[in-house]
Every structure is written in C-alpha cells, then in structure tokens.
Ligand binder design. Structure first.
Ligand SMILES: NC(=O)c1ccc[n+]([C@@H]2O[C@H](COP(=O)([O-])OP(=O)(O)OC[C@H]3O[C@@H](n4cnc5c(N)ncnc54)[C@H](O)[C@@H]3O)[C@@H](O)[C@H]2O)c1
Length: 318
C-alpha cells in the first residue's frame, strides 16, 4: 500500500512508520514539528527511517488542505493513517481553541483532501478519553460517549463523528481507533511513565495528582502498532475500536513498578486532582478482537522493564 501517515515524526507515528516500512508498504510522512514538546525529539525519530527508499516526508500542517491534496495526488496514496494532533488533556484545557482547530478542522481538511482525490481508506487515532467518566466499565464502543470532560476528548469525539459523516456521504472506509494510554520507547516526555522515570533517575520528587487510586489501561507501543496495522488490513465500512492494553493498573502500583525497574524509591509530591482528568480507563477489547483480530500481548511489568531499559540506554546513555 501507499500510505499517507500524518504525525509520522511523533511517538506512535515513528514506531508505526518503522513497522509499515518493514512489512513492505510505502509511507509518506507528514508532520509540522509542532512545539507541544521538543521538536528536536521528532527530528531524531525521523532519522530512524529518513533514508529508507520507500519513505517520503513532507513538513506541513494537516490544516493545509491544498498541501494534503497535492501530497495524495503526487504520491498516489491509497490509504491514510491520521495520527497528527494536539495531544493531552491538560494542554487542551489551557489552549482549547488550538486543540479544536488542529484536531477537528485538521481532520476535516484531511477528509476533504481525500474526497477530492478519491482516496477513501482512513485509519485515525481517537482516544479512550472520549468515554469521560463513563459508568459502563470496561469501556465499550457502543457507549454513546457524549459526555466529554476536556476539549481534547471533545475534539477526538468530534473527529470520529466527522469521519462517520464522510463514510455515510462519500463511502469512506474508516476505522477510528481509541488508544488507551500508550507507552514505550520515545514516549512523549510529559506523559506519566516518562516523567516519573526521568525524575526518579534524577532524584527529584514526582508529582501525583489525586490520591494515587486513579487507574489507567496502559498499552505498550508494540501492541498499539499491531492494532493500527491490523486495522489497515481489515478496513471495511465504519468502525470504532478500542485499542487497549492487557489490563488496567492504578497509579500507586504503576509507581512501584517503575521504582523496581529503576532501582530507586520515588519521593512523591501529592497534589489535588487536575480538571479534565478521568478516574479510570478500562478497555473492552471484544470488538477489536472480533473485527481485526487485535489481542494485546505485553503485560505492564514487561512493558515498564522494556521502557526503563530503553531510557537507560538511549537517554542516560548508560
Ligand atoms: N500516546 C497516547 O497515549 C495516546 C492516547 C490516545 C490517543 N492518542 C492519539 O494518538 C496520536 C499520536 O499521539 P502521540 O502520542 O504519538 O503524540 P505525538 O505528539 O508524539 O505525535 C503527534 C505528531 O503530530 C504532529 N502534529 C501536531 N499538530 C500537527 C499539525 N497541525 N500538522 C501536522 N502535524 C502535526 C506533531 O508534531 C507530532 O509529531 C494523536 O492523535 C493522539 O491524540 C495518543
């Protein structure tokens, strides 16, 4: 396949690009090196495959519809994977307009470019945050997900609804993948596992919001990439799919696992809950298993060990 991948220089995008190239696809990456976190990290991610003969890259913004139309035409893409976004709940509370512009208008711009160029296969990143504090646990895709708790969650749900509209009106095949906290090498630096690891190695206190009882379904990057790859292969009609990890883990247990892997005890700075944060994420994976054969395989203990090993070798150079 010839795949346009938006957000290719980011955390998930760079892992996915490596995988898609390995299994023989052509990938055209698009990224604007957004400064939500150090763009230098994204340049480093790109170096992993920049020279690959089946990889092309365009620096640009998903909101630039003319550019997207040109890329789809020029590179004769047949499939799009849309990962580019303003990420993170807390940033979206601080900057709601930017979040909604990139995540909703950016998605609309991509859908329009696809319609104009007759490219009708789309896999796009959504998020477990669309469930808010749903009382149906584990979270299932048939939940209406109409009570978002942050601009980020709202933007992701809106993008799903837009994609459904294009499925209905223009016959697009779409899979919206609801990722559950993804972690692993090259994880975004502001995310808890990265932050905690960095602070523990540096002997600095880690900040925990709430009492440590909040619980998240953590997904190791390998499983996420497999989920996206399987969704590409099974694109047919319109699907909303949870792409989660093996189990949910509470924050206290997560910290203990990182302490064991790092070999240091954490100093904890307890702070009140943050607006927009949800208390629990928990993934029902039956639909993803039935539709695309998705089954996560990396348990949190193994995933944390792999992450910390990578951090020691690649960040601390030990
Ligand atoms: N990492 C997670 O835990 C998680 C969980 C749920 C959903 N997601 C979703 O998965 C996707 C990838 O997330 P990630 O963790 O790899 O984040 P990331 O920030 O590492 O990657 C996103 C990439 O998109 C690029 N980008 C941002 N705005 C852009 C724009 N206007 N035009 C072009 N490129 C732009 C950024 O520069 C970045 O490289 C996002 O859509 C995110 O919302 C991630």
């Amino acid at each position: 396949m010839r795949i346009l991948l938006t957000g290719a220089a980011g955390f998930i995008g760079s892992h996915l690009t490596e995988h898609l190239l390995t299994i023989g696809h052509t990938v055209i990456g698009l990224d604007n090196f957004d400064n939500q976190y150090d763009p230098g990290r994204k340049q480093i991610n790109l170096r992993l495959f920049k020279e690959h003969t089946n990889f092309g890259f365009v620096q640009g913004d998903v909101r630039d519809q003319a550019l997207l139309t040109d890329i789809l035409r020029q590179y004769t893409c047949d499939t799009v994977v849309h990962l580019a976004a303003r990420t993170g709940v807390r940033d979206s509370v601080r900057e709601p307009a930017l979040c909604i512009d990139v995540n909703v208008n950016g998605t609309l711009s991509l859908l329009e470019a696809m319609r104009k160029t007759n490219v009708r296969r789309l896999v796009m990143a959504s998020s477990s945050s669309v469930y808010g504090n749903s009382s149906f646990v584990p979270f299932r895709e048939d939940d209406e997900a109409n009570r978002p708790l942050s601009p980020y969650a709202m933007s992701k749900r809106s993008a799903e609804l837009l994609a459904h509209t294009y499925h209905h009106l223009h016959g697009f095949d779409v899979a919206c993948l609801r990722f559950f906290t993804v972690y692993g090498p090259r994880q975004r630096p502001e995310m808890a596992i990265s932050r905690f690891t960095e602070k523990m190695y540096g002997g600095q206190p880690i900040t925990i919001y709430g009492d440590g009882s909040t619980s998240r379904n953590y997904t190791y990057i390998y499983d996420t990439v497999m989920g996206i790859s399987q969704a590409i292969n099974h694109l047919n009609g319109f699907d909303l799919l949870n792409i989660g990890g093996v189990a949910s883990v509470n924050l206290r247990d997560l910290v203990s696992l990182i302490e064991q892997a790092v070999g240091k005890k954490a100093v904890i700075d307890w702070q009140p809950n943050q607006p927009g944060d949800v208390t629990l994420t928990s993934a029902d994976l039956h639909r993803a298993s039935n539709r695309i054969g998705y089954l996560p395989s990396i348990h949190i203990e193994e995933g944390i060990n792999r992450f910390v090993r990578w951090y020691r070798q690649s960040v601390l150079c030990l």
